[in-house]
Design a protein around this ligand. Structure first.
Ligand code: EZ4
Ligand code: CO
Length: 401
């Protein structure tokens, strides 16, 4: 069997997605997600100009060899653009392998290790009062774990609390600017979780995303102040270029730490994992080199009691979600999977077999990944330039968003 064609499809059914569809001479096709929020066309160009030409004529069965060819063969290693492009190819090849075998991909990864994939929902609102009712709605839907984000008094807007229909500004061509205050934030967050625990009791699993805004010692203070509310994790407490910085957080708090949504490779988390500096690794299929490399990261993590907590925001397409669920179902050290529902338009463009039931997602039993792209429909939603916001301190200094 040979690859005869690979199409790069950019579509915007509410937000931009980049999808690679690989076609073989025997008519079997596979899909992979290549979406990099705010930098979509960079990956599309990387695929079109540098990857698609070398795929033509290759044997689609050789997943590991193709991965190594694209990774080592580029000479310029790692980085979000390269690794998202490699991920798309890798994911599509797993999809093809599953279809040829007549098995869902999780079976190729060793079979199911659990009944379903426990997912966490997002509860977000400006006030504490309204976030409590958002959490109630999640509980009513069957979720056992909820990420809680609120507005910060004194700040006009903050991460994770958006009044917009699209999660995270994705409509403006140029970046919006947010204003940040660590002092206001650190004062407020413990009050939020005190109210949530008082309302919902001790067993609902609670999470919070700090979104890379603190220094290690500030994160240590936050973790310590949240200890009475026993979070499942605090996410991205600090920017993670400095892996060593997590050691300082660790020395001060037992609040578990999750990190990794912006990581591209095992090298971004090697020290975090082997130093036992984190509890959950949140790398995704699309941004960390596909199923092949994600499994490598999770296998390393398993040796150090680190569990998976894969990123699953709506800027990762249903193709990525489907692939993630096959990995989640198979690995021994699964932790939690983030799940934000896509818009009905997105779900229509990407028909899929995965489904939600009682707090769990199930990938379904279709051969391959169980997801596809309706190219005709996708063509009706042309790309729209979009950018993530930029953050500044109150004095105007640029800060992590
Ligand atoms: O801000 O995916 O945990 N989820 C997140 C996300 C990220 C977006 C960036 O594109 O932090 O919502
Ligand atoms: Co996050």
């Amino acid at each position: 069997m040979r690859i005869t064609e690979a199409r790069v499809i950019v579509t915007c059914p509410g937000r931009n997605f980049v999808t690679l569809k690989i076609v073989t001479d025997e008519g079997v096709t596979g899909v992979g997600d290549a979406t990099l929020n705010g930098r979509e066309l960079a990956v599309a160009a990387y695929l079109t100009e540098h990857v698609v030409p070398v795929l033509i004529g290759r044997d689609p069965a050789r997943i590991e060899d193709t991965w190594q060819y694209l990774y080592q063969g580029a000479y310029w290693r790692r980085g979000p653009v390269t690794m998202s492009a490699i991920a798309a190819v890798d994911t599509a090849l797993w999809d093809i392998k599953g279809k040829i075998a007549g098995l869902p991909v999780y079976q190729l990864l060793g079979g199911r290790s659990r009944a379903g994939v426990t997912v966490y929902a997002h509860a977000q609102a400006v006030s504490i009062e309204s976030v409590l009712s958002e959490i109630s709605s999640c509980v009513d839907l069957g979720y056992q774990a909820v990420r809680v984000q609120t507005g910060i008094p004194g700040l006009e807007s903050t991460y994770g609390v958006s009044g917009q229909a699209f999660y995270e500004p994705a409509s403006a061509a140029l970046p919006a600017e947010n204003v940040w205050s660590t002092a206001h934030y650190l004062d407020h967050v413990p009050r939020v979780f005190a109210a949530v625990r008082a309302e919902f009791g001790p067993t609902l699993r609670l999470l919070h995303d700090v979104h890379h805004r603190l220094t290690p010692i500030e994160a240590a203070r936050l973790g310590r102040s949240l200890e009475p509310y026993h979070l499942t994790w605090m996410e991205d407490p600090v920017p993670a270029e400095l892996q060593e910085g997590f050691r300082l957080i660790r020395q001060h708090t037992t609040t578990p730490i999750a990190v990794g949504e912006v990581f591209n490779s095992i090298w971004d988390c090697q020290e975090l994992i082997t130093g036992q500096l984190i509890d959950y690794i949140r790398t995704s299929v699309v941004h960390a080199g596909g199923i092949t490399h994600l499994r490598r990261i999770f296998d390393l993590a398993a040796l150090y009691h680190v569990r998976s907590g894969s990123h699953g925001a709506t800027d990762l397409s249903p193709v990525c979600m489907a692939a993630a669920l096959h990995v989640d179902l198979a690995i021994p050290n699964f932790g939690l999977q983030e799940y934000m529902r896509h818009t009905p338009e997105t779900d229509e463009v990407f028909p899929h077999s995965y489904h939600f039931e009682d707090g769990y997602l199930h990938p379904g039993e279709e051969p391959g990944l169980g997801v596809d792209i309706d190219e005709e429909l996708a063509g009706r939603y042309p790309y729209r330039p979009a950018a993530l916001p930029v953050n500044r301190l109150q004095d105007g200094t640029v800060h992590s968003w």
